[in-house]
Design a protein. Structure first.
Length: 184
């Protein structure tokens, strides 16, 4: 049985370099590891306890929770928006941190990677995501990192899946995440 890793992409833009990075992760996942991209983060409403009612939570949030529960680990791809984590990723973390005591994130191994236009590749956003995930109860792999700067120029004519340095980095992170996943 393979290790199942759920990828959450913090950019909703169709041509997002972080989405392309997630596609590279899925394409180059080592044998025995399956990386699947969650489609539908744009449909998950902002977290609101009033609508998070057992048996009546929004379908998009329920689908996110179900996908995260079925995964052995999560891999978040975060761009940097105004120096921090995109709202769509923070919202996903909020939904996945509940219900208290039985949340899909509780104890789940998680890594955060990403690319951004700036010279540091989105490290501030990725650090914020790790902080939020840890507080939410995830088992954050602090050493599993990949921050790729200059995304707009670096990936102008090359897909991340065709960049050998990127493939090496993302493959290493996936291997670390796979090793941290509970044995099947």
């Amino acid at each position: 049985m393979s290790v199942r890793i759920l990828a959450l992409v913090g950019s909703l833009r169709a041509g997002s370099h972080n989405r392309q990075l997630a596609e590279a992760a899925a394409k180059h996942a080592p044998e025995g590891v399956e990386v699947s991209l969650f489609e539908g983060l744009a449909d998950v409403p902002f977290y609101n306890e009033d609508i998070d009612v057992e048996g009546a939570a929004p379908q998009a949030a329920t689908a996110l929770r179900s996908a995260a529960s079925e995964a052995d680990g999560l891999l978040l791809f975060s761009p940097e928006y105004n120096g921090t984590i995109p709202a769509v990723l923070k919202n996903a973390i909020d939904w996945l941190s509940r219900p208290y005591g039985a949340a899909p994130l509780t104890g789940k191994p998680v890594a955060v990677v990403g690319t951004a236009y700036g010279q540091f590749g989105g490290v501030w956003a990725q650090d914020e995501a790790r902080k939020s995930l840890g507080i939410a109860g995830a088992s954050v792999l602090q050493e599993a990192k990949l921050s790729i700067p200059g995304s707009v120029t670096r990936f102008a004519e090359t897909h991340p899946a065709d960049d050998s340095e990127v493939v090496e980095g993302i493959t290493k992170v996936i291997a670390q995440l796979s090793e941290a996943a509970p044995a099947a």
